[in-house]
Write a protein that binds this ligand. Sequence first.
Ligand SMILES: C[S@@+](CC[C@H](N)C(=O)[O-])C[C@H]1O[C@@H](n2cnc3c(N)ncnc32)[C@H](O)[C@@H]1O
Length: 250
Amino acid sequence: MTSNFNQVWNWSSLQRKTDALMNKAYINAAERLVINALKINSAPQNILDVGAGSGLILRHLANKNLNHFNYTGIDLNTEGLEILKQRASKLNLSSNVITKQDDITKKNSDFICKYDMIISNFCLYTISNSDRRQQALDNISSYLSDDGSFHISLPSENYSAGNISFQCFKDELIDKQNVVLKTIRTTLLVPYQWHFVLKPIEAKVESGDFTKFNPLQIETEFRKSKLKITSLGLDYGGCGYHIHGFRDKG
Ligand SMILES: C[S@@+](CC[C@H](N)C(=O)[O-])C[C@H]1O[C@@H](n2cnc3c(N)ncnc32)[C@H](O)[C@@H]1O
C-alpha cells in the first residue's frame, strides 16, 4: 500500500507539472463543476478554492469570460501552489490570484475575508477523520458571505477505477485532438493512469484512508455545518458527486 501511495504521489507530482498528463474525465468533470457553479452564481467577486492543487479550477474559471474576480487558492502542498502561481502568470491573472499554504481543517483568522463563492474539487475526501472533515466544512461555511455559494465534489459510493477509466476513454474519443495524440492517450496514458493512479486511489477509498460518500452522509455532514444543499448530482462516470448550495442563514 505504501509503495502504491508513493506511486500515486510521484505520478500526481508529475501530473501537476503538465495538464497534458491529466485524466480527461477529471478535467472535464472539474469544468462542469465550474460551469454549474457559474449558473448558480454568475458574477463571483471573491472566490476561494479549497485544496486548489495546481489550479485546475482556476484554469476553468479563466476561460469563462468573467468580468473580474479575485481568486484565493489554498492547499497543504506548496509544490502545487507554485505551479498554480505559474499558471496564473501564463493566464495574465497574477494580480487577481493569491495562494496560501493552509490546512482547511484548522481555524484561520486570516480568513476574515468572506467569499461569495467557495469551490473545492476532490479535496475533502482525503480527510478521513470525520471530526476534522466536519471542522473543514464548518470553516467553509464560516468563510462564505451571506449569499455566498459553495460547489464541492466528492467521490461517490460507487467510486471505481474501472468506471473512471471508461469515462476517460469516452472523453478522449470525443475530444477534438489529432488522431495520433488520441491513440497515444487512449492506448498508453489511460491504462497507465488506471494502474498507477486510479487503482491505488480506489484501494485507499476502499480501505477508508480516503472517504467515499452517499447522499445521506453528504446531507448530514453539510447540514451540521449549516451548508444548505440546493443540488446534488453524479458526475465523473458516476464516481463523484457535485454538490452545490448556499450557507444556511436560518
Ligand atoms: C486530489 S487533489 C485535487 C486538487 C485540485 N482541486 C484539482 O482538482 O486538481 C486534493 C488536494 O487537496 C489538498 N488537501 C488535502 N487535505 C487538505 C487540507 N486539510 N487543507 C488544504 N488542502 C488539502 C491536497 O494537498 C491536494 O492538493
